[in-house]
Design a binder for this molecule. Sequence first.
Ligand SMILES: *[C@@H]1O[C@H](CO)[C@@H](O)[C@H](O)[C@H]1NC(C)=O
Ligand SMILES: *[C@@H]1O[C@H](CO)[C@@H](O)[C@H](O)[C@H]1NC(C)=O
Ligand SMILES: *[C@@H]1O[C@H](CO)[C@@H](O)[C@H](O)[C@H]1NC(C)=O
Ligand SMILES: *[C@@H]1O[C@H](CO)[C@@H](O)[C@H](O)[C@H]1NC(C)=O
Ligand SMILES: *[C@@H]1O[C@H](CO)[C@@H](O)[C@H](O)[C@H]1NC(C)=O
Ligand SMILES: *[C@@H]1O[C@H](CO)[C@@H](O)[C@H](O)[C@H]1NC(C)=O
Ligand SMILES: *[C@@H]1O[C@H](CO)[C@@H](O)[C@H](O)[C@H]1NC(C)=O
Length: 825
Amino acid sequence: MDSITNLLLSSFLCSILVVSTTAVNRISTTQSIKDGDTIVSIGGSFALGFFSPGSSKKRYIGIWYNKISNDSRTVVWVANRETPVTDSSGVLMVTQQGVLVLLNSTESIILSSNLTKPGKTPVAELLDSGNFVLRNADDDNPQNYLWQSFDHPTDTFLPGMKFGINYKTGLDMILRSWQSSDDPAQGDYTYSMDSHGFPQYFIRKDTVKVFRSGPWNGVRFSGMPTISSNPIYNFTFVMNQNETYFNYNLLDSSVVSRMVLNQDGVQRRMTWKEGSSTSWIEHLTTEMTNCDTLAFCGPYGLCTVSNSPECGCLQLFEPKFPKDWGTDWSNGCVRRTPLNCSGVNGDKFWKYSGVKVPDTENSWFSVSMTLKECETMCLKNCSCMAYANLDVRGEGSGCLLWFDELVDIRVIKNGQDLYVRMDASEFVLGQAGHNWNKAKTIIVILVVSTATLILGLAISLYIWKEWQKREGKTIGHPEQGYYKESKNEDIELPLFHLVTITKATDNFAIDNKLGEGGFGPVYKGMLEGGQEIAVKLLSKDSKQGVDEFKNEVICIAKLQHRNLVKLLGYCIQGEERMLIYEFMPNNNLDSFIFDQSQKMLLDWPKRFHIINGIARGLLYLHQDSRLRIIHRDLKGSNILLDHEMNPKISDFGLARIFEANETQANTRRVVGTYGYMSPEYAVEGLFSVKSDVFSFGVLVLEIVSGNRNRGFYHQDHHLNLLGHAWRLYKEDRTRELIDEPLQDSCNLPEVLRSIQVGLLCVQQRPEDRPNMASVVLMLGGEGALTHPKQPGFFTERNLLEAESTGSNFEQCSANTISTTVVEAR
Ligand SMILES: *[C@@H]1O[C@H](CO)[C@@H](O)[C@H](O)[C@H]1NC(C)=O
Ligand SMILES: *[C@@H]1O[C@H](CO)[C@@H](O)[C@H](O)[C@H]1NC(C)=O
Ligand SMILES: *[C@@H]1O[C@H](CO)[C@@H](O)[C@H](O)[C@H]1NC(C)=O
Ligand SMILES: *[C@@H]1O[C@H](CO)[C@@H](O)[C@H](O)[C@H]1NC(C)=O
Ligand SMILES: *[C@@H]1O[C@H](CO)[C@@H](O)[C@H](O)[C@H]1NC(C)=O
Ligand SMILES: *[C@@H]1O[C@H](CO)[C@@H](O)[C@H](O)[C@H]1NC(C)=O
Ligand SMILES: *[C@@H]1O[C@H](CO)[C@@H](O)[C@H](O)[C@H]1NC(C)=O
């Protein structure tokens, strides 16, 4: 008996001792947090205390980032979101039973639920991850939590949290939006995992599902193409018999990132760099187009953002209610021919590539089956409507089967393959094609007649305006000057009709898709005369008027340089904006320098010619053209090669050319690609000509070494290509960087000079990097070469690793205009 008392007493004393020395990050049963007190985690990342959100006077217990200025305090967790304290009498305590309680002057509000195994010496501690935990001070395992705030988040998904369901404990982690910025009480939206069929995540407004992540496919969620390797965080999806969750971890302790479900039901990822003056930078998590709205096109519909309207039926399906189709798509489509269902010969599958797979609520899966077995399995059950690989990595593996109607299929960047069941008779040669062609003909006729009508109207309007001008009447339009000035240029640049483009690209067939640029997809096409073209669709969310677009087109048309890809014309039709470029037969630089056999075709003189060409093209954009343009997404895949292997910069900052007063509206979204982005841009969103110089430097080193910066691997160290080149340079072993096939053809002084110029361009500080004029001189052997300083982003190999699919990384930045993009001269 005595010994037990002693033990209790000593542990009690012990806990008091511990508390009194490190009282800043935790409270024991003998302590409390009063309004005005804060506790700070050991590493100083988070603080916990009382606060009032926005203009509210009510008091809440919350956790916020301690290192971010108190003016823009970012609260990541609220303990009593539904039960605020009305005055400053609140006190947070831990009871002897291990229950967290919040008391006001009259009554107590209990925060944590009863514990199953109350501790002897409970302490509540704020960890540096932002997790507020309750544990026994004398527990040998400090990670044995009795309770943790990470299991009960509010609207913020922090690194280290497990977003999902624990089947053992029954814990279902749900993010719930705030009511408003003044009121953390639960708002309209929730975000959580749904474990029916194959797990997916849904954002719901009240009980209505509004967004679906799609199933995890081994690389990302099928409907979230923006999830990809990046320098800020890594991520995993875990699925076993005990639990299923998504989780991410930060890679650089000085960069903070969080995911939040906003009051408008949109998930946003926000990033902030320690010591930076700018506020949170937003990264795009979902696009929020109509196609992101759950089941926008109804059952068996196919949503395509670049189409107008977005909804179509799956191949050989037809609208369920043709009369409504065109205004309301929610009823979707039905089969033209019912399924036969008589086993192996009765039905076949139609393959779709590059899509977000349908809702998996009624699905079945197997991790071990092959695609062939998957097909056989699907044919055996008449309610099986489609199948796909469960995991798309490599050749693909596993099997996912869909039963019931297929909903929420869309064409998406980084999409996957889906096989949809059809009656075999639809595949009989001729018949299917014939009917399909008939349908197409009807569509084309419809489009043609509509287009003609619109064109007719446009022409009459134009003639009317011209007539008014001649008559000397005032039009009273602000754009009057614009029309006058641009009249002649209009003639220089042809306006293509949508019908012409639709025909040339075979109705924007997926097979004709060349890739995805910063502003939208690019398709290959052939005009009637046989001229090959590349058609770039501009995404509709650029929110630009027709006049501004035309103005931009005219600006670009003025950019004439042999190292820039040539614009042939444009097309405006309703919401659609397209640019028509010359087609480049030799594809892009990436396809040569990173391909083991193709790279043999590029000897040193050719590579040096390409480096110089890019430099001159960039110099023109930066200095010599009539506008100042910052490209912002310079990379190998944007350097196209003509039949003589002349480099042509493509995808140049089109939407970024505007007049000063329009700048703000259009610079909210900043686009670039990891591995080529300068540090100040990737982390802080700051942009200048020197960021292009950085990207150019990366390109030069890639061209010389034949290695990608992203995903570069060396057995001796963990540096990326920049770090590796810098290390060789410092050790006077620069020659070792040179690509194997160049060893014979190279002019050594020229190569070494190029490497040094490359290193000068990728220096950490923008002000240390040369401008393009000096680069051109230095490459030509004129101008003195200084010694480069340490490059930016050189140790963070993992940070720069991105998949070879290299999805663009888009971010919205709320910071000022002057740091971004284009300056009109
Ligand atoms: C915020 O305010 C608290 C208390 O006034 C102070 O201790 C802390 O250093 C401040 N944090 C920052 C980042 O200014
Ligand atoms: C204390 O909380 C109770 C329950 O929420 C509330 O009814 C009471 O008015 C509060 N008292 C004060 C002084 O805020
Ligand atoms: C905790 O348990 C006690 C006794 O079983 C009960 O009275 C109380 O309501 C419980 N509190 C909560 C928050 O569940
Ligand atoms: C993510 O990064 C953390 C910290 O660097 C590391 O411990 C973890 O293993 C990484 N996880 C994955 C899935 O790569
Ligand atoms: C599931 O939980 C049990 C017991 O808690 C444990 O033994 C097992 O290893 C867990 N399985 C996985 C895959 O984590
Ligand atoms: C189903 O397909 C089989 C094999 O092609 C054919 O013999 C049978 O008549 C079809 N049944 C129906 C109902 O179409
Ligand atoms: C087909 O699959 C559905 C859904 O899994 C199941 O309910 C049904 O029993 C299956 N039918 C046959 C014939 O196996």
